[in-house]
Write a protein that binds this ligand. Structure first.
Ligand SMILES: NC(=O)c1ccc[n+]([C@@H]2O[C@H](COP(=O)([O-])OP(=O)(O)OC[C@H]3O[C@@H](n4cnc5c(N)ncnc54)[C@H](OP(=O)(O)O)[C@@H]3O)[C@@H](O)[C@H]2O)c1
Length: 332
């Protein structure tokens, strides 16, 4: 193989100035699988809000610029490190996470990949280990949702949000959602009873008027909505599951919890939760598989963009101008 064949195209983040400094490079070295890793020929890379946060250097424990961008992808196993135990066959298509996903090739830890569901394309499987796993973990093991309860889903037209609305409806919950006005029809079509603009000044009052109180809040916006989340959660029994802070981080004090807000606040980071509770995470994956079999979780329909458009897609995601899942094709 010539040296040129070992080079690949990838997006590299050069500073912490955001997506503006995400740059296409055609001369990146193809990665070599390290201990326990597969080399993946990326078929489609998933775009997540965390990519935006990382590009601003604000993701806790995230990569420091310059770094190969992206962390979610699906593709074909083309090589395995010699120490991978019971490796999947070369040619198997898998979905998972790993550094440098906005590229033609990347590596993933063999223990963490999942096979692409039978009959699904790489792109259709994106979201399985991030959006859907996060939505399900927030609703069930953490949110302890029960049929007939009321769930509040912020950013409900987004990647995690759409999965959460579908799942909450499947589990028999009444869904109150927020999204920018242009996206309301998408969220209504998924079965949300009410869709509100999270930026309206009377958001908490309107949610309380509509519901009398929320059982499970899926909090992903942070600073701009956290006060509302605490205000609308049912005192003592309401759960606020905090897994994102798209607008920035919010503060919570002991004073708040003693004198004002009696919600049960629970934090979630899906990878950290999977590492801390492997048995519960394994159960979650079994449940996701069943949801796929039942058609509750259909093949994803991400909007696919050429890799070179990655910076624009991240800019739109940051500005709240996207809906649903977005993916990058590193070969177009
Ligand atoms: N903890 C975890 O393990 C985990 C895993 C996956 C995702 N997440 C988090 O889940 C959230 C959703 O992720 P995603 O990738 O699916 O993104 P997304 O929902 O597709 O995009 C983010 C959405 O958040 C809303 N938003 C952004 N900035 C806002 C602001 N300043 N004020 C109000 N709303 C704002 C916008 O929706 P509207 O304009 O429609 O309101 C925007 O479209 C993110 O916060 C992400 O970090 C966490």
């Amino acid at each position: 193989m010539s040296t040129d064949e070992q080079l690949m195209t990838a997006l590299v983040q050069h500073s912490h100035e955001g997506p503006t400094d995400l740059v296409l490079a055609t001369d990146r070295p193809r990665p070599v699988p390290g201990p326990g890793e597969y080399l993946i020929r990326v078929g489609a890379a998933g775009v997540n809000f965390a990519d935006v946060t990382q590009s601003r250097g604000a993701y806790e424990g995230g990569p420091r610029a310059p770094y190969p961008a992206g962390f979610e992808a699906a593709g074909e196993i083309v090589a395995a490190a010699p120490d991978v135990e019971s490796p999947l066959r070369i040619g198997t298509h898998v979905v998972g996470v790993g550094a440098g996903a906005f590229a033609q090739y990347m590596t993933m830890q063999s223990a963490d990949v999942l096979p692409v569901p039978a009959g699904w394309s790489d792109a259709e499987s994106l979201g399985l280990v991030l959006n859907w796993a996060t939505a399900l973990a927030a609703l069930k093991p953490l949110g302890e949702i029960e049929p007939g309860q009321t769930v509040l889903v912020y950013a409900a037209a987004g990647g995690v949000g759409q999965a959460a609305v579908r799942l909450a409806r499947h589990y028999g919950a009444r869904v109150i959602a927020t999204a920018s006005p242009a996206k309301h029809a998408i969220v209504k079509a998924l079965g949300a009873e009410e869709v509100l603009d999270s930026r309206r000044p009377d958001l908490a009052a309107e949610i309380l008027r509509l519901t009398g109180g929320i059982d499970v809040v899926l909090e992903s916006v942070g600073e701009a909505t956290f006060g509302t989340s605490l205000a609308v959660a049912k005192p003592f029994t309401g759960r606020v599951i905090v897994f994102g802070a798209a607008s920035g981080h919010a503060e919570l004090s002991t004073r708040d919890l003693i004198f004002t807000h009696y919600a049960q606040v629970r934090g979630l980071h899906i990878s950290n939760w999977a590492a801390a509770a492997p048995a519960a995470f394994a159960d979650l994956l079994v449940e996701l598989e069943a949801l796929i079999d039942q058609g509750v979780y259909p093949p994803g329909t991400p909007r696919i963009h050429p890799l070179a458009q990655g910076p624009d897609v991240l800019r739109q995601l940051e500005a709240g101008q996207t809906s649903g899942k977005h993916a990058l094709d590193p070969w177009s």
